[in-house]
Design a protein around this ligand. Structure first.
Ligand code: AMP
Ligand code: ZN
Length: 136
């Protein structure tokens, strides 16, 4: 996708209006239009990168600092009981908008949302094979 066609580029740049919670020269934080819970927010870098693999190193190092600041503020203001930080890369992982973003999802007791996976039961040998694959 070209940058000019990217909806999150347009939102991050202010070309399309959004419910903005925070903005600086590198990022805009907005409310998700299809929130999982009250206060579900998205951190959008202003510079287009499709996913975490394309994200410039400097943006990567700044974005989690901002996620932490926003999380602290959101818990304080929303009085939520927990908060999920979610970041999807690729269709197989549930990414629907190909512009890197971090979800901040406030959680409330019994909010009915499920962010979950079924735990596997790998053998020690299988774990070791994966460890070797990734680390060496
Ligand atoms: P993902 O599935 O990780 O790519 O997340 C995309 C998110 O963007 C979803 O939670 C959508 O509800 C949200 N979304 C899509 N379009 C907009 C928009 N125009 N403004 C705000 N949130 C949006
Ligand atoms: Zn973009």
């Amino acid at each position: 996708m070209k940058k000019g066609d990217c909806i999150f580029c347009k939102i991050a740049g202010g070309e399309i209006p959004s419910k903005t919670l925070y903005e600086d020269e590198s990022f805009r934080v907005i409310l998700d239009l299809g929130p999982a819970t009250k206060g579900h927010a998205l951190i959008l870098p202003k510079e287009h990168a499709k996913d975490i693999y394309e994200l410039p190193q400097e943006t990567a190092s700044e974005v989690f600092v901002l996620a932490k600041k926003m999380a602290v503020r959101m818990v304080e203001k929303l009085h939520c009981d927990g908060l999920n930080v979610v970041q999807n890369n690729g269709e197989a992982a549930g990414q629907t908008v190909p512009h890197f973003h971090i979800h901040l999802i406030p959680r409330y007791q019994n909010d009915g949302q499920i962010i979950n996976w079924t735990p596997g039961k790998p053998s020690q040998e299988e774990l070791e094979a994966v460890r070797v694959l990734i680390s060496e």
